[in-house]
Design a protein around this ligand. Structure first.
Ligand code: GSH
Length: 296
């Protein structure tokens, strides 16, 4: 059975913004999700025990328990939610450390000069760490042979990669411009929202981004899903996890999702169960918190 342990970095900075989200998630996150990869690894270890000592050692080395995954994350973030959902859906034993307020500390920056989360630590990696949500999911899916989440056949895999790159390069910047002001997240340098432009100009830029979301959204529906329940086909792939998590942020601006998107998100949550619901509760808890603050 795969385990998820959640640790918190000790600084008080973590408290303010993550408090409601943390409350919602600490309890269920401590519980484990079903271990597809974990049990697959177990099954592999059993017969290996009968075989030679060498192959038994080899099988053991492949066990996720031996290579327990360490994930540095921020609970309110959908970039992080993607990897947190993935790790649970894949049944990977892992520990999560909430690094709110620590990403620019000298210790963190020494390991990750991009100061980004999600970040995993893994001895097999040339620099010991890996960031970028999609790269993390691709790496772990490759490493653990998780073909259901990330197909191996080149043409099928290319579609998953295309959907994820399209999301990161096109859809996500619109979502960030549209939602970050409401989420109280800093905008990227160069954005109108980051500048000292008049509030009307910022609001104009936000409205333009909100209007721009519809087109890529429809591309995911009509092109990537193409009549299938998920981009991955019958089952959600890593691209589906990444898309559904991204769409969670739109609740903060009460974005009117098309019906298909509502049904799609519900279908992913139904299919992945707690693996999706637990990390989603953190994002939703944070959104409920900022919305209640805005109304107060
Ligand atoms: N494209 C990246 C985006 C990662 C990202 O923007 N992470 C933010 C949280 S949403 C972060 O860690 N920011 C902390 C910082 O920059 O110090 C991914 O998908 O992982």
């Amino acid at each position: 059975m795969a385990k998820t342990t959640t640790k918190s970095a000790k600084k008080p900075a973590a408290k303010a913004a993550t408090k409601p989200a943390a409350k919602a998630a600490t309890k269920p996150a401590a519980k484990s999700s079903k271990a597809s990869a974990g049990s697959a690894a177990k099954a592999a270890v059993k017969p290996a025990a009968k075989a030679s000592a060498k192959s038994a050692r080899k099988a053991k080395a492949k066990s996720p328990k031996k290579t327990a995954l360490m994930l540095s994350m921020l609970k309110p973030s959908v970039n992080n939610m993607s990897v947190r959902v993935f790790a649970r859906a894949a049944g990977l034993d892992h520990s999560e450390t909430d690094v709110w307020g620590h990403t620019r500390s000298p210790e963190y920056m020494a390991r990750n000069p991009a100061h980004l989360t999600p970040m995993i630590e893994d001895k097999g990696l040339p620099r010991g760490v890996l960031w970028e949500s999609c790269a993390i999911m691709q790496y772990l899916a490759n490493k653990h042979g998780l073909e259901k989440l990330y197909p191996k056949a080149p043409a099928k895999r290319a579609m998953i990669d295309s959907a994820m790159f399209y999301l990161i390069g096109t859809l996500y910047p619109y979502v960030a411009r549209a939602t970050y002001p409401a989420l109280n997240f800093p905008q990227y340098a160069g954005e109108v929202g980051h500048s000292d432009a008049h509030p009307d100009k910022k609001s104009e830029a936000q409205k333009a981004a909100i209007a721009a979301i519809a087109e890529p959204l429809e591309v995911f529906h009509s092109f990537f899903r193409n009549g299938k329940p998920f981009i991955g086909g019958k089952n959600p792939s890593i691209a589906d996890i990444r898309l559904a998590a991204t769409l969670e942020f739109l609740a903060v601006i009460d974005y009117a999702l098309p019906q298909w998107a509502k049904e799609y998100m519900a279908a992913i949550e139904k299919k992945l169960g707690k693996a999706y619901a637990e990390p989603a509760a953190d994002v939703r808890g944070y959104i409920a918190y900022v919305k209640s603050q805005a109304e107060a």
